[in-house]
Design a protein around this ligand. Sequence first.
Ligand code: ZN
Length: 133
Amino acid sequence: MIKKVDHIGIAVKNLDEAIKFYTDILGLECHGTEVVEEQKVKVAFLPTGDSELELLESTSPDGPIAKFIENKGEGIQHIALGVDNIDEALAECKAKGLRLIDETPRYGAGNARIAFIHPKSSKGVLIELCERL
Ligand code: ZN
């Protein structure tokens, strides 16, 4: 059911500074930003060939990214695996007894439908299933 690594989500304190690092120093291009209010996050997209880096800055001190940085510091927050059909993928995860953070898909930055698998079910990695629309 998994096609590829769609993107890697990286929690950062300052989006502008992080974008500068990835573009000026590493030579990637930033293909825009998007605020997802529901998740209290501002996202920047930096394509890396067939997948991309997703830089995430919290828009609020009580957002999930702010909490992540408070606990663990800046760094990789989640890995997103691309699927063709997220409803089928979620049903399969449920059938296999995985603990899910999202029982039903929700909107994800970059025009996608996403759902997270709980890290307790996936060896400590926060995995996002991602269907691009
Ligand atoms: Zn993501």
